[in-house]
Write a protein that binds this ligand. Sequence first.
Ligand code: SF4
Length: 258
Amino acid sequence: MNKTKIEWADRTWNPVTGCRHGCEYCYARRIAERFGGGGTGLLLDAAQIAEGSIEIEEPVMREQKSGKLVKAAFPYGFIPTFHRYRLEEPAKMKRPQTIFVVSMGDLFGDWVPTSWIKDVFDACLAAPWHTYMFLTKNPHRYVVLDEMALLPHGDNFWYGTTVTGPNDTWRALEMPRGVHTFWSVEPMMGPVLFPLLPDYVIVGAETGNRKDKVVPEREWIELLSKFAKQSDTPVLWKDNIRKLYPDLPASAPMPGKS
Ligand code: SF4
């Protein structure tokens, strides 16, 4: 687990990495491709890599330019990979933390085996003093897992989905019931044309220097702010939004957190 500068979490934990959604603005893919490598050809055959169901039991070592050997964070780049040896990390961390689970991929993508997700949930349930934040672009998987009685309902489990603008507000309707939910409006790419339904909303602007980078417009912010007020939904305005619009209302902490 790593400390993080993400404003709504203390740590990121990546027992699974990689993703096939192919978002243009994906920072995780850029990092995985930049710092990836070390695994191909060492443990797996080409068929396993092509299937995209790579499981590794032990860390893979990668040689840096200097010749030094380090643990490879992304031995297979952005190919979905289950780092099974990372499952014990939450239990080893005794101080309660808010943990963003799988920041470098999508744990609930259709390509992820249910057994991987179940193993990750079991590792969380074995360390119940932490708060776990999950985030997906495929929230229907939450619902399917809930129907299978696999989705933990504890107060310390939060299920989020990404809603970047009008093209993906449909995700808001695919969320599970009876659990804590949040939306990540990040990066904000357009107005959210829908009353707010989750327990918490996080809003952030696109980062990096992509050619077609989108800067959130004031009207989008005002609309979301209005919905939040109407539904009494707490909102965390990330610093990069606040820099654009310093007159925004104060950010609210996650419900139940100080
Ligand atoms: S869902 Fe997340 S991890 Fe996957 S491609 Fe999109 S931004 Fe990257």
